[in-house]
Design a protein around this ligand. Sequence first.
Ligand SMILES: C[S@@+](CC[C@H](N)C(=O)[O-])C[C@H]1O[C@@H](n2cnc3c(N)ncnc32)[C@H](O)[C@@H]1O
Length: 351
Amino acid sequence: MSAPASLHASPIFAVRETAESGRGVYATQYIPKGTLLFETAEIAASIVYREYWKEVCAQCFQYDRGRNWKIRNAKTGHAFCSENCQVIWQNDVVTDEVASMAIEGLGKPRQSSSSDHDHNPAYDLPRPTIPEIESAWAAAEDTATRIRTARSSAKPSKPERRLLTQILAIPPTRDLILYQLPALLTIANSPSLWADVLILESESAPYTSPADLELQITSYHHLLACAPLPLLGHITAENLRTLAAKSSHNVFNIWSQDLDDGGSGGSECLGYGLWTAASYWNHSCGPNIWKRREGRMWKFWAERDVAEGEALCISYLGGDERDMTRQERRDKLKEHWKFDCACSRCQAEVS
Ligand SMILES: C[S@@+](CC[C@H](N)C(=O)[O-])C[C@H]1O[C@@H](n2cnc3c(N)ncnc32)[C@H](O)[C@@H]1O
């Protein structure tokens, strides 16, 4: 059964198919409370929201109560908490070069605009259906083909240059593009990590509103128009749609204080990331696994003694499940993750 190799390697748990929750993680032996079960730092794509770049280390995501980090990458503007983090980040020269080129292509942030992820009334409309999604992406392909032709020609014609100018004049959603860019680099440079993305659970209708779908298509055209040429072949509707479908239920938010760690009050969401091997823990309203992010690393511990054969589950509600009624928990899980919770606590409470 498919799951990343690092998960299959564990002697104390195994990933198995469940009756009601897709794949899940199960204890293959008794696990004492406090055992560190798993850790992973492998990220297929991540974004620190642009507004936090000065305050969040681009490498380890460290955040110090809003203080600006002094060490900067002159080309991209990313900030680092230490020279060591800067060196690790910049060692991947391709990433550095490509990121700076694409960021230059994106232009300066719009001064007047609020954050890309601020509330926008257009986002309150109903989620696009699968036929609407198919037809929007099919309609986007004609423009995409024309952009590809313009980018590939050694001497673009006047209409081709005009097309590129028009596309780049549409304000892009910088945070979305800056999430898609590392995913494209994963596709280009780490095929095995992208293979792990492909086996994650998918959401067939991942766009939260018609405006969200439109922004994804704008980003597709924008990336085609400004990304470095070696990446062009990877910028396909299929890859961007896969990224959206896989990210929908699998990303972890990057909080200023980790919620499982008692920091729920006043914690800010600084961005999010797709840690592929961390995406196999199902939710339980009575979790037995406790998680915390340490830098780029997600770590998972046993919160109590666990018997052999028990399902190993985290809480998607970040500790809030303790104060919520069964109905409140189920409503929140349905609203945010679109599933009917099948956990043992919900089943026990109904009976
Ligand atoms: C991060 S994935 C967890 C791994 C997933 N089960 C798989 O097969 O890849 C989250 C998804 O797992 C399923 N899931 C997790 N916890 C669940 C639960 N308590 N009840 C029902 N489905 C659950 C939902 O479909 C949810 O969108």
